[in-house]
Design a protein around this ligand. Structure first.
Ligand code: PLP
Length: 392
């Protein structure tokens, strides 16, 4: 290497990605003792034993090879059957791709679709990867801000207002990270109409779909006319407490799946066989374990909502995922100041809402994928913090 600095060699698109706003808080929290973290978006359960057992059994039988690029056919069949239960039908041979988490599926879906300069419409607050992954794929992220007044739902009016001739993809995530918002069928139908009218494609990240507490989740691809305009992303991390296994999938029109597979086969080759075997067991026999975890999350959701009310924080009622998104602006602090001081003074880690894009300002994301004891103690500490600071 010449006298140049490393940064001179780095791709400008990579350089432009801002540092993660969440990292700073995790680094701070890692240096402290006695911190209760409501910061991470990860189940606090371990993967159900029968799923782990299925993996151990297959390892003992020596199943350690690559699989087909698209993933084990029996797993794809099981995925297609599961999606069938959501009223959308795919051919497991051609229309399902098993990926390394939803993260890989998201990345290759965007890279498959985007021609540099295409606009990707992203309702915010949104999952932290959407904007950087869009930009890395050469797309232009166009954010559309949802708000507490609309229960953090995307409305058809707000969507139509940002559509331009360059709009190509709408990136939906319901139940939502970070707000916990869900969408009602009526509004989704209005959005589907706009998608059709403006010839858009939809990437529907439905990773939290099993964690729905109010009403029933509507799979976007199941709406009239949407099957072949939508690529569904889903996975095992959240519902089955399998974050570390790194397994997800994409389902959509066969031409699109074949195009995604072109990237996948040269970058990942295939998802790990151990995780695929585990996922097969999860889909076949995991329902009661998931139901139990969902019941736990729901109980904690109510506890947290009640607790926030008691300590004077306004919080809209999240209908899914495992996040609450209370408003802390009444303390006179910004969300970042609130999060930093709460961590330093009361040792509770939360994530400031602005990390998730426009619309998140003034709110904090609190994950309730934590024990009832930790949640109770965290709310007590937050109450003390707010009392000490006073409300404006
Ligand atoms: N999509 C959303 C909305 C998420 O919240 C997350 C993880 O937090 C992911 C995707 C990543 O999922 P996976 O573990 O399957 O890569």
């Amino acid at each position: 290497m010449s006298n140049n600095k490393w940064s001179d060699y780095i791709n400008p698109s990579v350089k432009r990605i801002p540092p993660s706003g969440i990292r700073k808080f995790f680094d701070l929290a890692a240096e402290m003792e006695g911190v209760i973290s409501l910061g991470v978006g990860e189940p606090d359960f371990v993967t159900p034993w029968h799923i782990r057992e299925a993996c151990v059994y297959s390892l003992n039988r020596g199943r350690t090879s690559y699989t087909s690029n698209q993933g084990l056919l029996e797993l794809r069949e099981e995925i297609a059957q599961y999606l069938g239960s959501q009223r959308v039908h795919y051919d497991p041979k051609k229309e399902v791709l098993v990926t390394v988490g939803v993260s890989e599926a998201l990345d290759i879906a965007l890279r498959t679709l985007i021609i540099p300069g295409d606009e990707v419409i992203i309702p915010t607050p949104c999952y932290v990867s959407y904007i950087p992954c869009t930009a890395l794929a050469g797309g232009i992220p166009v954010t559309v801000q949802t708000s507490m007044e609309d229960n953090f739902r995307l409305t058809a009016d707000k969507l139509e207002a940002v559509i331009t001739p360059k709009s190509k993809v709408l990136l939906l995530c319901f139940p939502n990270n970070p707000t916990g918002a869900i969408m009602d069928r009526e509004t989704l139908l209005q959005i589907a109409e706009l998608v059709e009218k403006h010839d858009l494609l939809v990437i529907a990240d439905e990773i939290y779909e099993r964690l729905t507490y109010n009403g029933q989740h509507t799979c976007f691809a199941s709406l009239p006319g949407m099957r072949d305009r939508t690529i569904i992303l889903n996975g095992f991390s959240k519902a089955y407490a399998m974050t570390g296994w790194r397994l997800g999938y994409a389902a959509g029109h066969e031409d699109f799946i074949a195009a995604m597979n072109k990237i996948h086969q040269y970058t990942m080759l295939c998802a790990p066989i151990t995780a695929q075997v585990a996922a097969l067991e999860a889909l076949r026999n995991g329902k009661s374990a998931v139901d139990k975890m969902v019941a736990q999350y729901n109980r904690r959701r109510r506890l947290v909502l009640h607790g926030f009310k008691e300590i004077g924080l306004t919080c809209f009622e999240p209908g899914g995922a495992f996040y609450a998104f209370p408003y802390v602006g009444d303390t006179g602090l910004t969300a970042a100041e609130f999060a930093e001081n709460l961590l330093l003074e009361e040792k509770v880690a939360v994530v400031p809402g602005d990390v998730f894009g426009p619309g998140g300002e003034g709110c904090i994301r609190c994950s309730y994928a934590s024990s009832v004891e930790d949640l109770t103690e965290a709310i007590k500490r937050m109450g003390r913090f707010i009392k000490h600071r006073g409300m404006k």
